[in-house]
Design a protein around this ligand. Structure first.
Ligand SMILES: Cc1ncc(COP(=O)(O)O)c(C=O)c1O
Ligand SMILES: [Zn+2]
Length: 404
């Protein structure tokens, strides 16, 4: 096992590799620490399975003996038309819509679930803005255990159905995501459920590093100049940066650590606001945004995300609400990829970075398409303007002005 302990990010106290949510001394967040002498080679990784478990030597849990419904190794595709529309040198889309439940959350849940199974839990649980609930429900079904999720009651119905179908128990909370999150912490003391984003958070968050590992490997073991990601709790954004750092430390790639850019929707932009104001501390807000999947008003890793933006020489931008559906359409029309509000918000941040001259035609950029637009189609329903016709080819040709 390459991981040796959990360590507190604030005071450094170490704990065993168990399901422990926070530091017992200072309540700080915990992170796995790895054997500093570990060696990992490209060949070793390349010989692994075509999913996140090829990076098991870089993860805090061993690969499952039987890999069911394994996420990861999703396509990285060039998007030249969008690149020239935006004015960036080269643009790639990381299509995490190709994961089993169509979002990057399958990565984090797969890692957390390994820890849950190791400790004999029979129920996988979470608080969620939607996609995480889908991933927890599917993972539990794949492993033959129960799932219970806490979500805001007014989430998009498609997201709730995509959780219910797997047989999960859904607690539709009359409140916000932040209420669900608080409830999950309180319930975690009382129930023997494995809450992936409470006591398994240290393992869960590590799963996002696989995005960085895959991008580097899929670029032929090269680093892009910049990566653009949506931000909710800030965990994925920060871990992608860490992931690139680890590849450099281990000598798996050379070069400069990519700049990481983050996007938040204007109606829930506590991290973007803290970044813009140069504040070290994120102030919680009450979310009011159409980007429901990233509507977290009190982000657990918000401060870390601000520090990550500064450390990587990136930026975190707030994206106007009215630009989000527009960006879903822009992405779809120029690349053939139907992303949801989260990647559309990241695209908004990319557009803003280009407007400000932070990114441009010299840069090779990767946009993380972390979730699928098919889960929230109502947002772009105004696009549906079909040409109503009778079942008669002559009438259609006439409409098209084609002479008979
Ligand atoms: C599709 C999608 N992208 C991005 C995020 C943001 O992830 P994080 O909470 O790690 O910042 C989420 C979170 O729910 C999401 O559902
Ligand atoms: Zn501590």
């Amino acid at each position: 096992m390459p991981a040796t302990a959990l360590a507190c990010r604030i005071c450094g106290t170490e704990f065993p590799l168990d399901p422990i949510g926070v530091c017992a001394k200072c309540f700080g967040p915990l992170e796995p620490v790895y054997d500093p002498g570990r060696t990992v080679t490209r060949e070793q990784i390349e010989a692994g399975p075509p999913n996140i478990w090829r990076y098991a030597p870089l993860l805090p849990v061993p690969a499952p003996a039987e890999q069911r419904l394994a996420p990861g190794f999703t396509p990285l595709v060039a998007a030249p038309r969008l690149a020239s529309a935006l004015g960036v040198g080269e643009l790639f889309l990381k299509l995490d819509t190709a994961n089993p439940t169509h979002s990057f959350k399958d990565r984090v849940v797969a890692v957390a679930c390994q820890k849950a199974l190791e400790h004999g839990y029979r129920t996988l649980a979470c608080s969620s803005t939607g996609n995480l609930a889908n991933a927890v429900a599917a993972r539990a079904a794949a492993e033959g255990i129960e799932a219970a999720v806490l979500v805001p009651a007014d989430l998009e119905p498609e997201k709730l159905i995509a959780t219910a179908v797997y047989g999960a128990t859904i607690f539709a909370v009359n409140g916000s995501y932040d209420d669900c999150s608080r409830l999950s912490v309180e319930l975690s003391f009382e129930l023997d459920w494995a809450f992936v984003n409470v006591e398994l958070r240290a393992y869960y968050a590590e799963g996002s590093k696989t995005l960085a590992f895959e991008i580097a490997e899929q670029l032929g073991w090269e680093l892009p100049d910049a990566v653009v990601a949506p931000i909710a709790s800030g965990a994925m954004y920060s871990k992608v940066h860490r992931g690139f750092g680890e590849l450099l430390e281990l000598g798996l790639v050379d070069g400069t650590r990519p700049r990481v850019f983050g996007g938040q929707a204007e109606g829930c932009a506590p991290v973007a606001t803290a970044f813009a104001e140069g504040a070290a501390r994120v102030k919680p807000v009450r979310p009011n945004t159409i980007a429901r999947s990233i509507a977290i008003g009190s982000p657990a890793d918000g401060d870390l995300a601000v520090a990550t933006a500064i450390d990587s020489r990136g930026a975190i931008h707030s994206v106007p609400e009215e630009e989000i559906a527009e960006n879903i359409k822009l992405l779809a029309e120029t690349t053939g990829v139907f992303g949801e509000t989260a990647p559309a918000t990241a695209l908004g941040a990319l557009r803003e970075a280009v407007r400000r001259g932070e990114l441009g035609d010299e840069d090779r950029v990767v946009l993380l398409v972390t979730g699928d637009g098919l889960k929230t189609p109502a947002l772009v329903a105004d696009r549906l303007e079909p040409v109503l016709v009778e079942p008669d080819a002559d009438l259609i040709l006439e409409r098209l002005g084609v002479p008979a």
